[in-house]
Design a protein around this ligand. Structure first.
Ligand code: N2P
Length: 380
């Protein structure tokens, strides 16, 4: 065999996953392009939030591309972050919220998107991209996936039976006033286990900036939460089931998860009527994103998946399943009318005017938040 055939043979063997591409000395130029394109195994490792996709989207992608998907889930931004910071997570696609994306970009854990391969980019919502660019300048590393709000999920009958018919169900007073919580404790109270988001909600409720840089403001927020803590049944980011089954009757939670809970309860015909309110005091609107870790083993497959998700019908299929709006403007016409017309999922202008976003916080503030969250939860 002639020596100059060898590089091609060695590298094409990789298509079948047989091993590392060895570049013979002196012939590196000839093999490099082949090595970077053709070597990916037909597999893709995704790490997403739980209850955050229509499983059919994943199986349809595999049917169309032959790329097998290994799909894992996580339940907190902190879990995702620890995987990313440890390195070699093995994941090709991850789903950080925008503030986490912003701070993780700074430490180099993501690879820039290959926009030349993202032909569906034009379907993305320009306003959402603009907002996302405040975390990811130039939209280099991530696309908007879904967005939503943080608010109050409640069992209408149980809450009204305990707080009276005249109580404002769209006020954070339900969740932050100990006298209300004392009356609700027997039917179960769930709070998100999301330190940054809950602290921001507490700050905002206290009339402070949800993105405050003042240490004393965090002391006040911690004090508020410490007063609430004895009434909280659990801190949890998977609230759809516990609300749907009646294990808890009120939650500080995420819009789509609460909509999913309401749908599950209706389907189960268990007599539980759940609603979601965007608090009148204002609350957070957040964006979650799709990004590719720097050390992703299959960045080409990841790019294909991201482009697939950006097809309007696909993005809409996810929204129809998870009840979170997508960052894809072209998807809107494929979204079910009962979802687009639900103001708890797609808030109208008056509600939107009450929403705030949380930026990437400086490290010292992040540390304050983490410490005070731990103190509040553990009691020391
Ligand atoms: C999916 C919830 C993801 C929202 N269950 C996190 N921002």
């Amino acid at each position: 065999m002639k020596n100059n055939l060898l590089p091609g043979l060695l590298c094409s063997a990789l298509v079948f996953g047989l091993g590392a591409c060895q570049k013979p000395a002196g012939d590196q130029q000839a093999v490099a392009p082949v090595a970077s394109k053709a070597v990916e195994e037909k597999v893709l490792y995704i790490f997403n939030w739980s209850d955050y996709i229509d499983p059919e989207v994943v199986t349809d992608f595999t049917k169309e591309t032959g790329i097998k998907v290994v799909y894992d889930t996580f339940d907190s931004s902190e879990t995702l972050e620890s995987h990313l910071l440890a390195g070699n997570s093995g994941y090709d696609i991850v789903v950080p919220g925008a503030p986490f994306l912003g701070r993780q970009i700074k430490v180099g854990v993501f690879r820039p998107l290959d926009k030349s391969q993202l032909k569906n980019w034009g379907n993305l919502d320009t306003e959402t991209l603009k907002l996302l660019a405040t975390y990811d300048p130039g939209n280099q590393y991530a696309i908007p996936y879904m967005w939503g709000t943080t608010g109050i999920g409640y069992d209408v009958d149980k809450v009204q039976a305990r707080l009276g018919k005249n109580v404002a169900l769209d006020s954070y007073e339900i969740l932050f006033k100990p006298e209300n919580l004392a009356k609700l404790k027997d039917c179960g109270i769930s709070f998100l286990d999301a330190p940054g988001e809950v602290m921001a909600a507490a700050l905002n409720y206290l009339g402070k900036s949800p993105a405050s840089l003042v240490e004393a403001d965090y002391e006040a927020a911690e004090k508020l939460l410490t007063g609430v803590r004895p009434y909280v049944t659990n801190f949890n980011n998977m609230q759809a089931n516990e609300l749907a089954t009646g294990d808890v009757c009120v939650a500080l939670g995420w819009s789509g998860d609460i909509a999913q809970a309401a749908a599950r309860a209706t389907e189960a015909k268990n007599g539980i009527h759940l609603q979601y309110a965007i608090p009148r005091e204002g609350t957070e609107v957040w964006i979650d994103t799709l990004a590719i870790p720097t050390d992703a083993p299959h960045p080409g497959n990841a790019t294909r998946f991201i482009d697939y998700i950006m097809r309007p019908e696909v993005a809409a299929k996810i929204t129809n399943f998870v009840a979170y709006p997508s960052g894809n403007a072209a998807a809107l016409k494929w979204v079910l009318p009962e979802i687009t017309s639900n103001p708890a999922i797609y808030p109208g202008p008056a509600l939107r005017a009450r929403l705030y976003t949380v930026p990437v916080m400086p490290d010292n503030i992040d540390r304050i938040i983490t410490r005070s969250w731990t103190r509040m939860k553990t009691g020391h």
